[in-house]
Design a protein around this ligand. Sequence first.
Ligand code: G16
Length: 539
Amino acid sequence: MIKTVQTKPYTDQKMGTAGLRRKSKVASQENYVENFVQSIFDAIGGVEGQTFILGGDGRYYNKVAIQKILKMAAANGMKKVIVGQNGFISTPTSSRVLLKNKADGGFVLTASHNPGGPNGDFGIKYAVSTGGQCPTSLSDKIYANTLNIKEYKILETADIDLSKIGVQKLGDMEIEVIDSLQDYVDMMENIFDFEAIKRLFKSGFTFCFDAMNAVTGPYAQKIFEDILGAPKGSVVNYVPMEDFGGLHPDPNLIYAKDLVNLMWSDKAPDMGAANDGDGDRNMILGKKFFVTPSDSLAILTDNYKLIPAYKDGIYGVAKSAATSRAVGRVAKALNIGYYEVPTGWKYFCNLMDSKRITFCGEESFGTGSNHIREKDGIWAILFWLNIIAETGKSVEEITREHWKKYGRSYYMRNDYEIADAELANKLMNDLEGRLPSLEGKTFGAFKVSEAKPFIYDDPVDGSSTKNGLIVYFEDGSRIVYRLSGTGSSGATLRVYLERYETKSFNENVEKYLEPLADVSRQIGEITERTGKTKADLLT
Ligand code: G16
């Protein structure tokens, strides 16, 4: 029976950089998920006759929310929902399944790289029919709906069994439970040279993939171990858990600690890699060697000819403004299009749809191509394995050769956790006001050449977005300031530092960037306003 439930609005359901992310305790309040989902259905003019994709990264509250969404979809007249078996689907796979089935939309229940569990975070990523996250114009409409919502519709029925592959009915709606792994594997086989990678593993190449107890474990075991022949045990932390076994599933040098320790030990395999909660982020490591995501994007782009799916040519490449400019140098050398966009994968999607770019990436450990409309962690790792298989060179050799050819962008992100979001907003607003007065001023060894907000005019839909503030220096260095859009409480001030070198390659990145970090605190008045003399997290 369809039930119309009276509800009261929540005022905090505005989406951030990638959907809605909140503490699990907040998201599990009465009608919280229901309000948000009904607001989406209403914002797109109802979902009657539509098909959606549904699944999540397996974190706490996924199971409950999936059942709610299925029952609401049925009550709102949806025709069909395609669900990952047991409710699991990675973000890249969801985008793939959405595009393949020409579906109208999709939900991935995840807070991405944020911790999970009752005391962790929960989230909902909402994608539209293009396979990418919903545009800002639509998320604004959804937010307005959440502020005015009075009722939602839900089917009163028992929970649905999502363990068996196949089709079942919920009221008049069809639910198809799929093996999302197979779909994803087929796609990867069509992009990369699996035979070459198999030969690489056969020759004794060693590898460790840390799934961080999150959604990509089963994908990784199947692809790397079962199909490509990496030795059993190469994939670790492969069982998805509701709280990620206490891990913070963010693939960086700080949170993927066990993998980092292994790669810096005498037992290090030839390559190490990790993904995040929902499988769209990646980290690449060699023996005692870290590849920054910015360099990784540049290296993949420079080697596109080695990959079967791209060997005949690529359109162009894009990066977020905060990402280092390494890939810009490659784009120039290859004479392909090059774009800088605000932070957020959705900004790449128009460029992909209009065939302006093939590859894109961000400093926040996201890399991808136009095979889907999300970043793709396993794709990036397979790309590296394919390059290694073709060149016979190690992760470190490939990266050092790249620096030799193009010079090196020394790059780091400094994060300051600021509990009082108001204080953080004021810091940014005041800094923006001071930008014009900075031009021509000298801070230590750095003279400001230009200082301005980053403004992106989308060449496809004509929209204009402001995201972050950039200070350029005469020696080619840069500082970018912006507030994170993926936190669940307070604010995180991100300060991105970049210096460019063509000759001697100083190995201690943190030390080399320290003078610029000092300047960033001075210019941003960070210490004065927050009391912090150094960042809480360096990545
Ligand atoms: C999300 C977006 C990314 C973006 C990142 C930035 O990643 O999908 O495009 O780069 O957020 O986060 P912040 O605003 O905190 O810097 P994910 O992996 O969390 O979905």
